[in-house]
Write a protein that binds this ligand. Structure first.
Ligand code: ADP
Ligand code: TYD
Length: 210
C-alpha cells in the first residue's frame, strides 16, 4: 500500500470492550488486505514493566511520577528502534492501539491537574496524533459486571466510584480538546458484532479521507 498507515486509538474505562474491538478490527483489516499492527499501553518495555509493578502495588510511587512514567513509556512506544510505531506508520502500516494519551488525560487527572497531564504528553501528540480516538462508552456498572465475569473479583464499590470519575474525566478531556483531536464515541452496550460494525464505519472514513 502507498503512503502512511493510519493510527487509530481505542479508549474507554476498564472492561468497556476495547481489546475485544481491537481484535475484531484486526480481523476486518486482515480481510480487507490492509497491513496493520496492534499494540497496547502500558507496554511491556522496562518502563511499562515498572508501571505494572506500581499498578499491582509492588512498587510505590506518587501519582505525578506515574503520569511521567506513562509519558516515558509512550515515547518509547513511539520511538524505539525495534518496534517503534512512528516508523511503522511511516512505512505504511496501520497501527491500532489499545489506549493512548487520552487514557492518561482521564486516569492520571484523577490525582493530578488535567492541563499538566496534557502538557506532559505534548511530545507524543506532536509526533503522532490519532486519525481518530474511538471511545467505547459504557456505564461503570456494566463494565464491572463484565470484569467480574471474566477476571477475579475486585473491590467493587471502590472500583465503581473510580470508574465513574474516570468516565467523567474522559468526557472533560474530549470537551477540552474539541477541534484539536478527532474523537468518535461508540455505544458500548450492544453485542461485540454491533459495536464492531459502528467501529468499522468510523475507521473506513479514515481510509476514504486519506
Ligand atoms: P477492555 O479491554 O476494555 O478491558 P475487554 O474487551 O477485555 O475490555 O472486555 C471485558 C470483558 O467483557 C471480556 O470478558 C469480554 O469478553 C466481554 N465483552 C467485551 N465486549 C462485550 C460486549 N459488547 N458485550 C458483552 N460482553 C463483552
Ligand atoms: P489495561 O491493561 O488496558 O486495562 P483494561 O483492559 O482493564 O482496560 O490498562 C491498564 C490500566 O492502566 C487501566 O486501568 C488504565 C491504566 N492507564 C492509565 O492510568 N494511564 C495511561 O496512560 C494508560 C495507557 C493506562
Amino acid at each position: 500500500m502507498e503512503g502512511k498507515g493510519k493510527f487509530i486509538a481505542f479508549e474507554g474505562i476498564d472492561g468497556s470492550g476495547k481489546s475485544t474491538q481491537v481484535r475484531l478490527l484486526a480481523e476486518r483489516l486482515r480481510s480487507e488486505n490492509i497491513p496493520f499492527y496492534t499494540t497496547m499501553e502500558p507496554t511491556d518495555s522496562p518502563v511499562g514493566s515498572l508501571i505494572h509493578q506500581i499498578m499491582t502495588g509492588r512498587v510505590k510511587a506518587d501519582p505525578k511520577v506515574i503520569a511521567a512514567l506513562f509519558v516515558a513509556d509512550r515515547l518509547d512506544h513511539l520511538l524505539n528502534d525495534v518496534n517503534g510505531i512512528s516508523q511503522k506508520i511511516d512505512e505504511g502500516t496501520t497501527v491500532i492501539m489499545d489506549r493512548y494519551y487520552f487514557s492518561s488525560y482521564a486516569y492520571q487527572s484523577v490525582d493530578a491537574p488535567m492541563d499538566w497531564v496534557i502538557q506532559a504528553n505534548e511530545q507524543s501528540s506532536a509526533i503522532l496524533r490519532p486519525a481518530v480516538n474511538i471511545f467505547i462508552d459504557i456505564d461503570p456498572d456494566t463494565a464491572l459486571e463484565r470484569i467480574a465475569k471474566s477476571r477475579f473479583q475486585r473491590e467493587l464499590f471502590e472500583e465503581k466510584s473510580r470508574l465513574t470519575i474516570v468516565r467523567q474525566k474522559y468526557i472533560e478531556a474530549f470537551d477540552k480538546l474539541q477541534g484539536v483531536e478527532q474523537v468518535a464515541v461508540v455505544d458500548g452496550n450492544g453485542s461485540p458484532k454491533e459495536i464492531a460494525a459502528d467501529v468499522w464505519d468510523i475507521v473506513k472514513k479514515c481510509f476514504i479521507m486519506g
